[in-house]
Write a protein that binds this ligand. Structure first.
Ligand code: ATP
Ligand code: MG
Length: 212
């Protein structure tokens, strides 16, 4: 338990756990850089990558099976001591709702942890469409990763619509114009994808013939 040796005797260190959710079809350096910078900036104890089972919100039609997205996430995070991968969402049948995940995590960790949802600027407004968005926001912190110069006006829309003040922490991550959509498209067009994602994931995609 990180930091615990610095705590005064008798005090209990509240774990700070980052949650990086996504489809990860495939996982790439945009996800990993954001998680790493959030870990460092907010003094998190760990970041749990949470591949979605069946994303509740509309996604691209040919999404890879959950088990393959899970394997790629494990490969991508394998050489970090503070990155974990959870099966919580891929093992849950039916559409994936963040609120179910958060309630399960609260049950597992009881009152020993606080949670920080790490989300990219493009996904911030999606929060409004989440089931029980208010409940999620009231029970967790949000780390909104923005590119330098990103307009924060978007988040005020969330505050207005939900009529609550979310615990949002803004994080400027190094700009990385990488997306899974672009990687899938590049494979189809026989363009290189190497160095956009960890080499192990690259080789797994080639070995399995994904996205061709
Ligand atoms: P797709 O193109 O299929 O939508 P994606 O690259 O956006 O995929 P997701 O799995 O949808 O990846 O994203 C998971 C989370 O990672 C979201 O919160 C998203 O905002 C964030 N994210 C994705 N790409 C980046 C990036 N390049 N920099 C920072 N955050 C990112
Ligand atoms: Mg996306």
């Amino acid at each position: 338990m990180k930091n615990s040796r610095h705590d005064a005797p008798g005090t209990r260190h509240l774990l700070k756990i980052g949650l990086m959710g996504g489809t990860f079809d495939p996982i790439h350096y945009g996800h990993l850089v954001t998680a790493e910078q959030a870990y460092h900036t907010f003094g998190l104890d760990s970041v749990i990558f949470m591949p979605a089972g069946t994303p509740a919100l509309k996604h691209h039609p040919e999404i890879l099976p959950r088990e393959q997205r899970f394997i790629m996430t494990v490969i991508a995070t394998s050489n970090s001591n503070h990155f974990e991968v959870s099966r919580l969402e891929i093992d849950r049948p039916g559409p994936t709702y963040t609120v179910d995940t958060l309630m399960e995590l609260k049950d597992i960790y009881k009152d020993q942890a606080e949670f920080y949802f790490i989300t990219g600027a493009d996904a911030i407004l999606d929060i409004l469409a989440w089931r029980d968005a208010k409940k999620v926001i009231m029970n967790a912190n949000i780390i909104a990763a923005t590119r330098p110069g990103y307009d924060l006006v978007h988040f005020e829309q969330v505050e207005k619509k939900l009529n609550i003040k979310p615990k949002v922490h803004f994080l400027e991550v190094s700009a990385l114009a990488i997306s899974s959509t672009d990687i899938r498209r590049r494979v189809k067009q026989k363009k290189p994808i190497r160095y956009l994602l960890p080499d192990g994931v690259y080789r797994y995609i080639m070995k399995k013939g994904f996205y061709v």
